[in-house]
Design a protein. Structure first.
Lengths: 359, 230
């Protein structure tokens, strides 16, 4: 079922202006807090009134301001999973899930509720109240409730943000399962880059109410169209760049020349590389002779359980300013192997890992 | 009544009948006004707010005087009702009207505050699940605002029970018909019938204590804690 969205809505400090179309695959909506992600979902669900726009879901026009069409939320059949679930506190779990099925006879409604809860891995909670069940259970129940109305589209607002790490991965698996079983347009709002990547094939990146990138997830991650998108997708290393030839740039901030695989069609503004793609040349004897390999010094480092982030200075030993050029991320096993080597090390910024962001 | 055969208990009956009826009217109209008000904003609502709250700030005798102008023989509503064969002034319905008008702002204010306290996401969730506005109000907003609405009802009842000024202006003091407890007490003291005055005061104290008990019960024991079984 195709979905087509084009909306404009003036907000307090910017205008939300989003246009995209999609199909049945989940679309990850990524962006910093306050970029308008939740507002976009609320507009699609019919809880907010866009100033202008058009929205079509399947063959149903939900909104067309030019023709004065605005289908109210209750008639849209768009399932919305609220960030904090919004389970009705005065109703039991069973009544919450069955809320949208009130036109069915009681026995049939209860049967459906049982099936929905079973599918959401939340069987047996029917007679409990929302405050009596755990966060993970609330999440499952809210999902079952949204799916109960057999929605034409499913909107998930930060579905995993309120859960602890262990529950997160469990719920993520369940969302995967839901997306596979439920082939309708789905939008997943998140500010977690990895979550967005794992759960959706396509990404829409928002910043201050505008679409700054939209496409297949790998494309968005491998070749972010702008520095902003690169940063929003987790890239840490940028340098201003000057084009020398169609695959050679000068990285001004890093003080080096880099060969890149990407053809530079427009004038390059920035060159970037993701922290985990920075490699270290095994032998120091090759040195400068090797392409895109530069001597580097360790400024400082910070550890996570399995990885280490190295803050590196290229071409010069560090000074007391603590200035660094690159952040590299390596697994600890690898780190253990080369930490003993004398400085300088040799960082390899391989041409296929570098990407160019045009002006 | 063996205890005091000479005491006329009709003011207690009239007061209870009047307060119950007035509170019922206030509950419906106050809730409706609060629900209406919640969905709107702008200059029109400020005007409505002003009119709704006027009886709270005006002295009851002033309210009673306005009601007299409105419902009197030459008043716009009085004329209309006269054509239908009804006179309001100095009849039992007048006690109800006076009590309801004076109690209305309390109901309106508490109901509005209670409805505003309800997290809008619950209402929105209900809408996305296909509920129309009436169902959203009846099944989500009202149950969640219920403790506050009940508190407002009890406050309104208390205000209606104590109403004196407006009632005297509009309904007068007709024993057995419009003489409520406060009015009966006033005239009993004036005519030096202390036994009756004390009896009616005692009745008022008993009713008030029951009200306070109810207020405590409904706002505490019946708060959100009832949505958990532990």
């Amino acid at each position: 079922m195709p979905i087509e969205v084009h909306i404009e809505k003036k907000l307090a400090d910017f205008t939300l202006e989003v246009a995209f179309s999609g199909g049945d695959e989940p679309l990850g909506v990524l962006g910093p807090s306050g970029a308008g992600k939740t507002m976009l979902l609320r507009c699609i669900a019919g809880l907010e009134r866009p100033d202008r726009g058009r929205m079509v879901l399947g063959n149903k026009t939900l909104l067309d301001t030019e023709r004065g069409v605005r289908v109210p939320a209750r008639q849209r059949r768009v399932g919305l999973l609220f960030q904090h679930y919004a389970l009705l506190p005065h109703r039991t779990v069973g009544e919450n899930v069955g809320f949208g099925l009130n036109d069915l006879p009681r026995a049939e409604r209860e049967r459906r509720v049982r099936i929905l809860l079973e599918r959401a891995h939340a069987s047996g909670l029917e007679s409990r109240f929302a405050r009596e069940i755990s966060g993970g259970e609330q999440q499952r129940v809210a999902l079952a409730r949204a799916l109960a109305i057999e929605p034409e589209a499913l909107l998930l607002d930060e579905p995993l943000s309120a859960l602890d790490t262990h529950l997160r991965s469990q719920m993520e698996a369940q969302l995967q399962e839901t997306f596979l079983a439920y082939l309708r347009p789905s939008l997943l709002v998140t500010h977690n880059i990895e979550e967005a990547y794992r759960l959706s094939k396509r990404l829409l990146v928002l910043s201050r109410g505008r679409v700054v990138a939209h496409g297949p997830r790998d494309e968005v991650f491998r070749r972010p169209p702008s520095k902003e998108v690169a940063r929003l997708t987790g890239c840490k290393n940028f340098s201003r760049a000057r084009t020398i030839s169609e695959n050679l740039v000068e990285a001004i901030d890093w003080g080096c020349r880099l060969r890149v695989e990407q053809m530079i069609s427009r004038r390059a503004a920035h060159v970037g590389i993701r922290a985990h793609l920075i490699d270290f040349a095994e032998s120091s004897s090759g040195g400068r002779a090797e392409e895109n390999v530069f001597p580097c010094w360790l400024v400082r480092s910070s550890e996570t359980p399995f990885r280490i982030t190295l803050y590196l200075r290229l071409n010069k030993p560090p000074d007391e300013s603590g200035h660094y050029d690159l952040q590299a991320e390596v697994f600890k096993e690898k780190w253990e192997r080369f930490r003993v080597r004398p400085l300088p090390w040799h960082a390899r910024l391989s041409p296929e890992s570098l990407f160019i962001m045009p002006e | 009544m063996a205890l005091a055969p000479s005491i006329d208990w009709s003011p207690v009956r009239i007061s209870l009948e009047t307060s119950v009826t007035a509170t019922a009217i206030t509950l419906v109209t106050g809730l409706a006004a609060a629900a209406w008000r919640q969905r709107r904003s702008g200059p029109a609502t400020a005007l409505v707010d002003g009119i709704c709250l006027l009886p709270l700030v005006l002295p009851p005798t002033v309210v009673g005087f306005f009601l007299l102008l409105l419902f009197g023989r030459n008043g716009p509503l009085g004329k209309l009702l006269l054509r239908l064969g009804a006179t309001i002034v100095f009849s039992w319905p007048a006690t109800v009207i006076a009590a309801a008008v004076v109690a209305f702002p309390l109901m309106y204010l508490t109901a509005r505050a209670a409805l505003e306290q309800v997290d809008p996401r619950f209402l929105e969730a209900a809408r996305t699940l296909g509920a129309n506005e009436w169902r959203v109000f009846r099944e989500v907003a009202l149950p969640l605002a219920w403790p506050g609405v009940l508190a407002g009802t009890i406050l309104s009842f208390a205000r209606a029970l104590g109403e004196f000024g407006a009632t005297l202006m509009l309904a007068g003091d007709i024993p057995g018909r419009t003489a409520t407890i406060p009015i009966a007490i006033y005239f009993a003291v004036e005519t030096d019938d202390m036994r009756s005055a004390i009896a009616w005061c005692g009745a008022d104290v008993v009713i008030s204590l029951i009200l306070l008990g109810g207020l405590y019960y409904w706002t505490h024991a019946q708060g959100p804690a009832r949505w958990a079984r532990r």
